[in-house]
Design a protein around this ligand. Structure first.
Ligand SMILES: *[C@@H]1O[C@H](CO)[C@@H](O)[C@H](O)[C@H]1NC(C)=O
Ligand SMILES: *[C@@H]1O[C@H](CO)[C@@H](O)[C@H](O)[C@H]1NC(C)=O
Ligand SMILES: *[C@@H]1O[C@H](CO)[C@@H](O)[C@H](O)[C@H]1NC(C)=O
Ligand SMILES: *[C@@H]1O[C@H](CO)[C@@H](O)[C@H](O)[C@H]1NC(C)=O
Length: 321
């Protein structure tokens, strides 16, 4: 071993001793009273692609304070040897796929008074899903700042876990006949993995005799199945996808015949408060300001709708990838 490499090895060890000490100090000072065993500085790792500012420092400890001075700083990478702090506007929890090995760096999370992702206009998140990944399960059901188109045009929107509310202040209502579909203008471009509807008010009837339902027709031939369908603006079924929809058998001689307009969904019945559609195996690409429609099956297919009445009003949530 050459002299040079021995001395750099010992410098390296001394360096990590200081890091360990710093981490220890931060842990005991800032989270006193709690039993934390988490490692806050991660040697040999860094977060790629989220650096908004580089700062040259004399002492690596200074990085922590440089980070606390920036409202959008979520974490930093320290470049060993070059003494550069790379201030990041994401944590490794928000972007696990960008957390990568690099022997010449270490990663450190902004621990105290970090501004939660999406909580201020200066730090919009990509989606409610990203907010959830960054902040964990205790994401409040409140408004967050989310980019509405790629990495631009932030909007304030309600996140409920990973779900983003896509209707505005008012719930969306759909009737049972005469093309009374509910219209939703999608506020954010992206890929939808699932959607859900939360019942707010009202119910529908598919004849004058059998009872009302939030989501379907209570007539016995429907066998408890549901008939609330989300389509695109051309009335093509989006959720449930077309392959999940059923029609009647020819022998049943129903006014809707073999038109595909009802489906079953495990755990959801006529008056369930929440209708969660199944996850799409191929996520649906949507663009900002695109219209989606909510239809009652018979109204969608223009069949057997003469005796129909009522309307159901819902809030609409989308799960973006
Ligand atoms: C976050 O950092 C990236 C560069 O890594 C930058 O493009 C982006 O604008 C920053 N976002 C905010 C909200 O500062
Ligand atoms: C659903 O709820 C409505 C009132 O909101 C009620 O009239 C109807 O009977 C219920 N239907 C079923 C199938 O429970
Ligand atoms: C149509 O017939 C098949 C086979 O008999 C049966 O499994 C299915 O449930 C029927 N469809 C309806 C809507 O009743
Ligand atoms: C859909 O995917 C999410 C995330 O992977 C999962 O938590 C959820 O249980 C899935 N829902 C269904 C109905 O499979």
């Amino acid at each position: 071993m050459s002299k040079g490499s021995r001395s750099s090895t010992s410098m390296y060890s001394r360096f990590w001793l200081v890091i360990a000490f710093l981490t220890y100090r931060i842990r005991t000072n800032k989270v006193s009273g709690q039993c934390h065993t988490a490692e806050y500085s991660v040697r040999g790792m860094y977060l790629r692609g989220h650096t908004f500012k580089n700062v040259q420092v004399e002492l690596h400890e200074t990085c922590y304070f440089k980070c606390t001075e920036e409202v959008t700083c979520q974490s930093y990478n320290f470049v060993i040897g070059l003494n550069i702090c790379e201030l990041n506007n994401r944590t490794k929890e928000a972007r696990p796929e960008d957390f990568l090995p690099d022997e010449m760096r270490y990663y450190m999370k902004h621990l105290t008074n970090r501004v939660p992702l999406g909580s201020i206009a200066e730090l919009p998140a990509e989606s409610c899903t990203e907010v959830r990944a960054s902040e964990g399960n205790d994401v409040e059901n409140k408004k967050h700042w989310i980019y509405s188109d790629e990495k631009s045009l932030p909007i304030e929107t309600l996140c409920e876990g990973s779900w983003q509310k896509v209707n505005g202040e008012y719930s969306v209502c759909f009737g049972a006949k005469d093309n009374q579909y509910g219209s939703v203008t999608i506020p954010k471009s992206g890929r939808l993995r699932a959607m859900k509807l939360i019942h707010k008010s009202g119910s529908l009837r598919c004849n004058r005799v059998t009872g009302s339902s939030f989501w379907g027709c209570t007539y016995s031939a429907y066998n408890g199945k549901l008939s609330t369908i989300i389509t695109d603006a051309d009335k093509n079924a989006v959720l449930p996808p077309d392959e999940d929809l059923e029609g009647f058998n020819v022998s049943q001689s129903h006014g809707c015949g073999t038109e595909k307009h009802f489906y079953s969904l495990d755990g959801t019945s006529h008056n369930s408060t929440v209708l969660v559609f199944r996850n799409l195996s191929n996520p649906l690409s949507v663009s900002r300001d695109q219209e989606l429609q909510i239809w009652y099956g018979q109204d969608l297919k223009d069949c057997s709708e003469r005796g129909n009445s009522g309307e159901t009003c819902v809030d609409v949530f989308a799960w973006y990838e």
